[in-house]
Design a protein around this ligand. Structure first.
Ligand code: ACO
Length: 447
């Protein structure tokens, strides 16, 4: 199969949100700590009628309807998520009613889990399937769905929630350059969820930042090596129009792009004279030292600023407005790029970096193409309708966000309750949770 990749996308995020500036005031931290320090504007959160299953039901049914896809045409459905609802029954099975209704139960695939990386694993499974000899000619469908919530403390402002659905097949407007994948996998305790009675992770924030940057360096180096071998020339940042990063918070994305600029100087691949002059003195640092060196970090961010504005800034809208969406974060950043630049992307190369704590990471590459209706970049932008979705949200004060978290802490893993079924905030067509019965069975309805 040729040009296998993403044919269509849909994104859903909860309409309830909270301004980061109001959380700063509530938490009594310095003004600017979350908005400038972390680079975040706003955070979406699930109220008691929404969860990762309702969000993914909404994203999947909306994608099928808006692109006119018959559910019988789906041959593989893969879900990436790190939000545990059930230790055995996959989220994928909760989505099956959409397909069973049309008589389609012949659908491969289950869930993939490893922190924020599960969505990428699910995507690769679908792409590999379409490229393989077991492909039966139907579409693959990938769903990334998560609700990111943290215990009170420094990590709480880096929450968020969303679901993204992506249709996979040949002749895609977003085509994989499959030869250039580069991964880095290791055993670390930077962020993990060992307490099965709680939705909150155990997180070593500082360690997770360093692990992320180490994985980035390693993936970039291997990516460049593979590119060099296959293309017979050296790869540098100049060889891609856009860079999309897993986005727990925007400051880390700024630091990551700056790090790639430093990596180009270290590899002697940079043709940027200012970068070479300003970052050259740091190339003698050991790699361990280089992660801790604040002067290098600041110098690299400064040198990278104008390139960041061109190659990264267009990818930051949704992650800054919605927050960390775990498995959906990277793809929400990519959706921001399509939203902002769909009319000029054809022919461009887009580099993607996926990171999941624990840790697992892959860098890969898309080549953007014209596509054919309904699978065109401009139609994807139209269907996702990001601006409208952001505009229709309702802001809540921190007190109500905290109240929502408390209720969900209480209900997590619980049974025998009905929700308020309050759908005032929800757009028509949105799924919501109505009840968890005495046998822990979950029930959903659609507005
Ligand atoms: N105005 C402007 N900036 C400020 C202010 C202020 N009033 N106060 C602090 N800052 C800046 C700091 O200088 C720092 O910026 P810098 O990194 O450029 O120096 C930044 O705000 C963050 O402040 P810190 O004190 O360094 O960190 P904090 O204790 O707030 O924790 C952290 C931040 C570690 C990201 C925390 O939110 C966390 O643990 N989040 C979850 C883990 C995470 O997302 N890891 C990323 C990869 S793994 C994953 O995706 C889950």
């Amino acid at each position: 199969q040729k040009n296998v990749g993403i044919l269509a996308m849909e994104i859903y995020f909860p309409p309830a949100c909270m301004q980061q500036a109001s959380l700063e005031a509530h938490d009594g931290v310095g003004k600017g700590k979350y908005t400038i320090g972390l680079g975040q504007d706003c955070m979406a959160f699930c109220t008691e009628v929404e969860d990762v299953i309702s969000m993914s039901l909404t994203a999947v049914s909306s994608l099928l309807e808006k692109y006119g896809i018959d559910p019988k045409q789906i041959g593989r459905l893969e879900v990436g998520s790190e939000t545990v609802i059930d230790k055995s029954k996959s989220i994928k099975t909760f989505l099956m009613p959409i397909f069973e209704e049309c008589g389609n139960t012949d659908i491969e695939g289950v869930d993939s889990t490893n922190a924020c990386y599960g969505g990428t694993a699910a995507l690769f499974n679908c792409v590999n399937w379409v490229e393989s000899s077991s492909w039966d000619g139907r579409y693959g469908l990938v769903v990334c769905t998560d609700s990111a919530v943290y215990a009170e403390g420094a990590a709480r402002p880096t929450g968020g929630a969303a679901a993204i659905a992506m249709l996979i097949g040949p002749d895609a407007p977003i085509a994989f350059e499959s030869k250039f994948r580069a991964s880095y996998m290791s055993h670390v305790y930077d962020f993990y969820k060992p307490d099965l009675a709680s939705e909150y992770p155990v997180v070593d924030g500082k360690l997770s930042q360093t692990c992320y940057l180490m994985a980035l360096d390693s993936c970039y180096k291997i990516f460049c090596d593979k590119y060099g071998k296959l293309e017979g020339k050296q790869f540098s940042m100049a060889n891609a129009e856009y860079f999309v990063f897993h986005s727990p918070y925007n400051k880390l994305v700024q630091k990551s792009f700056a790090r790639l600029m430093f990596d180009d100087v270290v590899r002697n691949a940079s043709s940027d004279e200012v970068a070479k002059e300003k970052l050259g003195p740091y190339t003698s640092l050991s790699s361990d030292e280089s992660y801790q060196n604040r002067d290098l970090e600041k110098a690299a961010q400064q040198v990278a600023k104008s390139l960041y504005d061109a190659k990264v800034q267009p990818t930051t809208l949704i992650p800054k407005q919605v927050g960390n969406m775990y498995t959906a974060s990277l793809y929400a950043a990519f959706a921001s790029l399509i939203h902002n630049k769909h009319s000029t992307l054809t022919g461009n190369r887009v580099i993607m970096f996926s990171y999941g704590s624990g840790s697992t990471a892959t860098m890969f590459s898309f080549r953007m193409r014209e596509g054919q209706h309904p699978f065109t970049l401009s139609n994807i932008a139209k269907v996702m309708n990001v601006e409208e979705k952001l505009k229709l949200r309702q802001e809540f004060p921190p007190e109500q966000f905290i109240e929502a978290l408390k209720l969900m802490e209480h209900r997590y893993g619980g049974k025998d309750y009905v929700t308020s079924k309050d759908t005032t905030l929800l757009a028509p067509g949105t799924y919501y949770l109505t009840e968890v019965d005495s046998k822990y069975r979950r029930f959903y309805a659609r507005k």
